[in-house]
Design a protein around this ligand. Structure first.
Ligand SMILES: [Zn+2]
Ligand SMILES: [Zn+2]
Length: 249
């Protein structure tokens, strides 16, 4: 897998989203996080492929490598995020996480490290097994729930996991509800604006809502890990959902 220009692509994508959404994104911080996650992904990729080939789960990979990765990257992350003086020891951060806390600097770094491991596994899985087809809103790789649907350049509709970045096909040609499986066009609505083609999907059969990106060109130009940020533009339709002044497509 070629990782050479990934960080540049990330910066370009982030700038593009910043302009489109007129968002005040902490650019340097986001780039620093991505830079470190990409380093972890690069380093772990061969091991992740081995794990996938052996049919191990992402959590198996995590328990195998997390101690080493934390040792190598925890303080690097802290240094580059300029919070070295404000992090607990990694063991303490782990214990905080196990106790259900995720609000300290240390726990946030551990979560970023675990996310990088999950991203590595997801990539290895896709490289080895291809893209899975499954009508579900839970990530088939890491189990996280997704509320992001993306129209892919090949015409399929996919969901993307906001945690590990894996995408899976929920339908080949028409929009379906990934939660209840409804294919009834009368029950499935998309609220969007003309320019951005980012909106909100609503299933009236089960009440499932998801943000949706309808412009496949955006998928080509924006790195996958940033698609959830782009999709967040669809959130604005939540409050408008019962009003009449939005266009239904
Ligand atoms: Zn996932
Ligand atoms: Zn539904």
């Amino acid at each position: 897998m070629d990782h050479t220009n990934e960080l540049d692509d990330f910066k370009d994508g982030l700038n593009r989203i910043r302009r489109m959404l007129k968002l005040d994104i902490p650019f340097e911080k986001a780039v620093t996080i991505e830079k470190n996650q990409l380093k972890i992904i690069r380093e772990l990729f061969p091991k992740a492929k081995e794990a996938v080939r052996k049919d191990l789960k992402p959590e198996d990979l995590a328990s195998e490598v997390s101690e080493k990765v934390v040792k190598e990257f925890y303080y690097k992350f802290a240094d580059e995020l300029k919070i070295r003086n404000n992090v607990e020891k990694p063991e303490e951060a782990f214990n905080n996480l196990l106790a259900g806390r995720s609000d300290t600097n240390g726990t946030r770094i551990i979560i970023l490290i675990i996310q990088a491991i999950a991203r590595t596994y997801a990539r290895a899985h896709e490289e080895i097994h291809g893209v899975r087809e499954i009508r579900d809103y839970k990530c088939p790789i890491c189990g996280n729930e997704s509320d992001i649907i993306v129209k892919w350049p090949d015409g399929s509709y996919r969901m993307i996991c906001p945690f590990c970045g894996y995408t899976w096909i929920i339908s080949r040609n028409k929009l379906v509800c990934p939660k209840c499986g409804s294919e009834n066009p009368v029950s499935l609505g998309v609220f969007t604006d003309k320019e951005m083609k980012v909106g909100l999907f609503v299933c009236q059969d089960c009440g499932f809502k998801a943000k949706i990106i309808l412009d496949p060109d955006l998928v080509i130009r924006i790195p996958r890990i940033l698609l959830p940020l782009l999709a967040s533009a669809g959130d604005k339709f939540r409050s408008l959902i019962h009003k009449q002044d939005i266009r239904e497509v």
